[in-house]
Design a protein around this ligand. Structure first.
Ligand code: PHE
Length: 341
């Protein structure tokens, strides 16, 4: 029996050590140590042994059981370790492989110019004000010294939102002037960018929806010279120090005197072309000294205070800034166009 036990141990150790799947190992455990296993089978014959032999063989059998149990545990550990290593090796991440490129969006050229302009004005001490696009006709026209029946209401005639004509999509950012003067303490120094709407036909320089930046300064002793200096600083900073602008007398109901300011055409440098319609200059903004009637309508004492205002066309400012010759490009959202800026 001793020989039998020793043979079992020898054979079992060999097969256990060469098992390389954990299910095989389990089968071996059953085969050698299980109730119907080889070791049990030997032990069942213990009855045949003499009194002296029995404890010796018993001890030997227990020792074999221990050795095999130990061997199975060790092999099982080895298999687990090997499996783990195999998994780690197969799941290795190569951080040097280039990733899938993500398409990053792009700021619209008009947003770029708007932010540049905002920075320039903030640098001069202006604050940014906001007003509604759906506006009372009262604010869009009447309080801006443009009463009902005034011819300026005609050419700006617009998208009315109520039958009685009391609510409109604003035709200009100028109503923000009124809202600010009615609500903010003096002195005032604001700009107000936003959308405006007019029944304009689409062409290279017109669109029924476009953007303006309104500007308003009200303080003691403000003159046309302050207006000129402010606008000159704006265009020099935006377009470079050599940029030429010109002031032309004009008429707006809510400024007196009024002017329009043109910037030299970027396309032809002043000689006249399609972009400037042969003029050599491109109209950039309307401006003037705030009409005393408008100031007084907002409860401002015109004996003490005066002010200037301007309204810049943001599309035109952008076209000049980036030499864009057709306004329609700005709205088409063609990636090939947008990604150039
Ligand atoms: N609101 C005028 C326009 O849209 C521009 C302007 C603004 C003129 C402020 C004078 C003062 O044409």
């Amino acid at each position: 029996m001793r020989k039998q036990l020793e043979d079992i141990q020898k054979a079992a150790l060999e097969t256990i050590q060469s098992a390389n799947i954990s299910s095989d190992l389990e089968a071996l455990r059953v085969r050698y140590l299980g109730k119907k296993g080889d070791l049990t089978a030997v032990l069942k014959q213990m009855g045949k042994l003499s009194e002296e032999e029995r404890p010796i063989i018993g001890q030997l059998a227990n020792a074999v059981r221990e050795v095999l149990t130990e061997a199975i545990a060790r092999q099982s550990e080895r298999l687990e370790q090997a499996a783990l290593e195999a998994r780690l090796a197969s799941e290795v991440i190569d951080v040097t492989i280039p990733g899938t490129p993500i398409q990053v969006g792009h700021r619209h050229p008009m947003s770029i110019v708007l932010e540049e302009a905002e920075d320039i004005f903030i640098g001069m001490g202006f604050q940014i004000a906001e007003g509604p696009e759906v506006e009372l006709a009262d604010y869009n026209f009447t309080k801006l010294n443009t009463p009902e029946g005034h011819p300026a209401r005609d050419w700006q005639d617009t998208f009315y939102l109520s039958e009685d004509g009391s609510i409109v999509l604003r035709t200009q950012t100028s109503p923000v002037q009124i809202r600010v003067m009615e609500n903010q303490p003096l002195p005032i120094r604001i700009i107000s960018p936003g959308r405006v709407y007019r029944k304009d036909e689409v062409d290279a320089t017109h669109s029924p929806m476009f953007h303006q930046i309104e500007g308003l300064v009200v303080d003691e002793g403000i003159t046309m010279a302050d207006l000129k200096g402010t606008l000159e600083i704006l265009v020099q900073r935006l377009y470079g120090s050599g940029t030429k602008i010109r002031f032309r007398p004009h008429h707006f109901p809510f400024t007196e005197p009024s002017c329009e300011v043109d910037v030299q055409c970027f396309e032809c440098q002043g000689s006249g072309c399609r972009v400037c319609k042969g003029e050599g200059w491109i109209e950039l903004l309307g401006a003037g000294m705030v009409h005393p009637k408008v100031l007084e309508g907002c409860g401002i004492d015109t004996n003490v205070y005066s002010g200037f205002a301007f309204g810049i066309g943001v599309e035109r400012m952008t076209m000049r800034r980036f030499s864009i010759s057709d306004l329609r490009l700005i709205y088409e959202n063609d990636i090939r166009f947008l990604s150039q800026f």
